[in-house]
Design a protein around this ligand. Sequence first.
Ligand code: ADP
Ligand code: MG
Length: 337
Amino acid sequence: ATPAATMVGTTLGARNGVLFKGGDVLERAKDVDTVVFDKTGTLTRGEMELTDVVVLDDGERPVGDRDGGTLSADGGRLAAREPLGEDDVLRLAAIAESGSEHPLARAIVDGAVERGIDTADPDDFENVPGHGIKATVNGREVLVGNRKLLRDDGIDPSPALETMERLEKEGKTAMLVALRGSDGSGNPESNGDQPPSEGEIVGVVAAADTVKETARDAVSQLRERGIDVMMITGDNERTARAVAERVGIEPRNVRAEVLPEDKSDAVESVQEGGRKAMMVGDGVNDAPALAVAYVGTAIGSGTDVAIEAADVTLMRDDPVDVVKAIRISDATLAKIR
Ligand code: ADP
Ligand code: MG
């Protein structure tokens, strides 16, 4: 583009809340043939809310400390080995998540507070990126996260799968809550009738996000221009597909369960066949993918890291501005052809 055309394009962009980082990207944007959207915070608002708490307890299995130690100040039921109730499951999850900044963690903690449940800080916790959290609560391990988190820890998620699938089909993110029993002696093998040391699932909690109002419009306008639209997410396949369906993205164009560090590989593999992909994302997770994309676009309230890695920044939170960016590039360059 000539300096004059670049000037016209960047100014027009700025007036529409679309910031191009220089003439190069203004020129590239018109050639994009694939748009890859991050799901959470990009197509959805990124404000997760707790929707379900499901207890998975057969009522017979001992779930409490035999020494009378309890998991929380008012966790009498745990000590008494009565079946856990919804509030107990939610309390455990909230304590485990209270140190995490993850939107799912916030949804669980806020949901507990809204229900008037007292929470506390865990003794210790460890984030497992892309999978969940492991916490120590009164000397016991509490896990909150996806199937992989539990499997990697030797806990079989099968008893909860039916519940998970039901919630995921509704577009919700379902999380397993598991408790690794301890008999208080520190030795899991010490006594045959003690709570199982291998850990058990005590419940499932779910959170959901709302799809942005204009997400569907953005997808259909892109497709009208002959642009292939994809979605990439760390979320599970079923939830991802339910959200994709709502915004009009085909199931075959959904890449789910992509770990944060693998997002850029996923974009590279899309581009391998010579495609020119625009990656649209908002999070720290998305920065490497934004950097490898033919055009990296950071959306709205995105993190600084994402904005820094991007070629285009959309000032508003509106996915339709992706179409605007491409249109402005197209219009500006058409003028000088
Ligand atoms: P996204 O790409 O949607 O931001 P992440 O990569 O952060 O997702 O997480 C992927 C999945 O790992 C989540 O859908 C959830 O199942 C699980 N997960 C991640 N962090 C947590 C957490 N703090 N608590 C519970 N589950 C979590
Ligand atoms: Mg995101």
